[in-house]
Write a protein that binds this ligand. Sequence first.
Ligand code: HGY
Ligand code: MN
Ligand code: MN
Length: 412
Amino acid sequence: MMDSLNVDVALIESYLDRLYVIGALPGGGAWRPVYSLAWNEARQAIRGWLEEAGLAVREDAVGNLFGRLEGVEPEPVILVGSHVDTVYAGGRLDGALGVVGAIAAVRAIRARHPRPKRSIEVFVSCEEEDSRFVCDFWGSRALLGQIDPAEAERYRDADGITLAQAMRQFGLDPRRIPEARRSDVGAFLELHIEQGPVLDREGIALGVVEAISGLNRTAVRVAGRADHAGTTPLAMRGDALVATAAMVLAMRGLAEELGEPARATVGRLDVHPNQPNIVPGVVDFVVDSRHPDRALQQRLLAEVQRRCENIGKSHGVVVETSVLVDQPPTPMSPEIVALIERVIERRGWSYRRLVSGAGHDSQILGRQIPTAMIFVPSRNGRSHSPAEYTPLEQIIPGVQALADAVEELGCT
Ligand code: HGY
Ligand code: MN
Ligand code: MN
């Protein structure tokens, strides 16, 4: 058996610190939405790190970055990474850990295997979070050739800018999106924080993901009637926000009825015209619903739509729903899961299997490419918040396990 690989702990800490400054918001947390200045600044920093690691850097048609360590066999390629974009006011580790961990892992591998058996690439996904456009795992869908270039004209951000316009600002041509497709990838590994409480609560070092939950996003438009807040009798109102309030509570009730681990969340409301002295005329909102069982995910989705429509009728407002995202649950590769467990056991660390309630690039890539994920604990399960935290000593086993697993896949 080979000696253990050792990843560079100081480098991991300094890269994570550096990334968290990029897109930092005055109130805490960072925001690096796709095709923004902060997003690009982070990518330029990462590009430099990939070059310093001795990797051949390439950018694809949507802005995904790759850093390649050329193997004796050019393909199939072992891909390892995560996403560079963040949610609004996101924490230090979501996505960033997977990118930094991949760089540290491949650096350590390169030091021992300057020319590994298989080619190994760090993958920096350009977009995973839907935090600017609801574009549904843009980076990994592009890699699989699943984007219709017309989508780029369809999606708009809060300021009305189309995704195509945003791409062009960074010299990317939406007509070339199909060129991002790859068919040379043989495996994908992603390191991530758990973003939930299980590992932290149980005092377990690492999670090995066996499946990722199915995810839907449903846009709901509630159309009532804008009227004077002082004069319109309650019985004469078509208050879109009152109807929406009932729907929000119904979504919570729906997930409770279905039981753990069903989820239904309304995290975004747009109220029109959003004035204190006007009865709200229109509300747009998005329901995020999830379940790891496809049949139950679909039942949940159908109920989201049915309940919103029924509540609309009882409130005398018009409800329209449209499904923006429909990603089924994705099982991880049993062979790579078993490999990860073996390398963790060899190190003597504790681990357990988990189903990820959060979505990941692995959810998309895992449907066509053998894929697996390693989780490190999230303190108090906090994520999608500046409170996201994992101490360095709990991060390092995750990066080591990633490096060991990639080494096994790429070099033996
Ligand atoms: O929403 C998700 O689960 C992911 O963090 N994008
Ligand atoms: Mn996230
Ligand atoms: Mn993430």
